[in-house]
Design a binder for this molecule. Sequence first.
Ligand SMILES: *[C@@H]1O[C@H](CO)[C@@H](O)[C@H](O)[C@H]1NC(C)=O
Ligand SMILES: *[C@@H]1O[C@H](CO)[C@@H](O)[C@H](O)[C@H]1NC(C)=O
Ligand SMILES: *[C@@H]1O[C@H](CO)[C@@H](O)[C@H](O)[C@H]1NC(C)=O
Length: 535
Amino acid sequence: MLKRNVLLGLGGLYGAANLAPLATAAPSPPPDFKTCSKTTITNGPEVPYSCCPPPLPKDTSTIPYYKLPPMNKLRIRSPAHLVDEEYIAKYNLAISQMKDLDKTDPLNPLGFKQQANIHCAYCNDAYAIDGKVLQVHNSWLFFPFHRWYLYFYERILGKLIDDPTFALPYWNWDNPKGMRLPPMFDREGTSLYDERCNPQVRNRTVMDLGTFGDKVDTTELLLQTNNLILMYRQMVTNAPCPLLFFGARYVLGTNIEAPGTIEKIPHIPVHIWTGTVPELNAPEGKPKYGEDMGNFYSAGLDPVFYCHHGNVDRMWNEWKTLGGKRKDLTQPEWLNSEFFFYDENKNPYLVKIGDCLDTKKMGYDYASSPTPWRKFKPNKKSSAGKVLDTSLVPPASKIFPIFKLDVNISFSLDRPASSRTQVEKDNKEEILTFNFIKYDNREYVRFDVYLNADKNVKPEDLNQTEYAGSYTSLPHTHKPGDDDHVSSATLQLAITELLEDNGLEKKEKIVVTLVPRKGCEGLAIGCVEIMLVDC
Ligand SMILES: *[C@@H]1O[C@H](CO)[C@@H](O)[C@H](O)[C@H]1NC(C)=O
Ligand SMILES: *[C@@H]1O[C@H](CO)[C@@H](O)[C@H](O)[C@H]1NC(C)=O
Ligand SMILES: *[C@@H]1O[C@H](CO)[C@@H](O)[C@H](O)[C@H]1NC(C)=O
């Protein structure tokens, strides 16, 4: 524990307290519009235009709270790979009407660019509250912010084509049939087509939900299996507690990153897969920073963004059906956090997280689609069921903090308790926690974590009981002028199920292995521990 101080820097002490909300927490207030200012590109200079919302009423304190309107018929969001031509035509028409507003009425808040700018403003440091930057990623604001964003976007599209039941499609990447760019976004010359996509998505390529820009030399079948195993780990194994699924409590203006499981994977990999590879020397007018999907400031300029986030939003509903303690958070500072949006009639409103927990009450639902990942629990034991001898690797206390992760690192770690009964497991989740993960936030980063892994483990195949989970990061910056580029993050992996599957429940010590996958040469980790946590 003493060694922790070595890496104390930007991160302060919050990283260690992810699962223990502070009693004095205040909700995140709506942005202070008067302070809306220039934003910075993720890993780059200022955004070349302002992404602040169009002029608001002078007295912004009069902006009312939004009330969910009475609803006649649910809007049903369908899997994007299954919609018919009639729907595709309607959707294209609605998006092209939105794009027309950019030309005829550039300050209309319902225009395509103005709508995309909402994401830029909330994610690239435009808003300050008491001098602290507001960020809706990497915390428990992630799911509700995007839910409200899509809610209004969908209503605006419906209004433009005069169809009050219009619903966005969802990119069904959690099902092998949907693990490609949905075909309607691949028709050149239509309003759903984004020229600034990565060319690799154009060829009905199967996506890799764990990929970080690298070409993976493997079969489509293995890719699909790995994707489903990642889904299982992120939805089931690693998200038994609400704060693990939603992400940690948001503390305004901090740069602690503790995103929820789905925000990390597959949300970020899908962004990276679809956006261009950042190329700082690209000629003028060509994408430089991963545009469109590969960068927060530009992501909303690709129509597929809203389709991607439709499925992210659907995962919130699916997760709540998985049982156990998988329920919405109840902390008042979450329920009372606020955002600002324009509705389909151009009226500004404030919304609260507490009003977006039930999509049916909000007037929409998801057409069901198979969720095969529920059964994709890894069940192949690479170590043939052997429990590794913990005395053959150094104890964690001898090797942490680590200052680079350029080769695999194995160590033994003490558990706070062993041979836990079912009742004890139901009461407290056992969580492997890495604190003060420091890395250059201009890089794509990924490392994998294994328990009890011997040399037979194959990193390219995730169907192994020993695979515990991954840490990933998309390039980003904290605030304008911050040029030390160091992020401080926390990774928490729920391991109760893993200990059972690997026959480790009776052991007082276990072997943990870190496997670098991308951008880890300069990655440091302050400390590691196993905690028992009351979800
Ligand atoms: C798409 O596939 C064809 C045939 O395999 C290949 O020739 C072409 O280069 C690919 N295009 C892209 C953008 O990958
Ligand atoms: C994992 O591998 C085992 C053994 O090869 C196989 O029986 C099982 O079906 C695989 N699981 C998945 C989810 O592919
Ligand atoms: C790292 O670990 C993986 C998985 O255990 C293994 O396949 C790989 O060979 C290891 N690489 C090195 C350099 O030890």
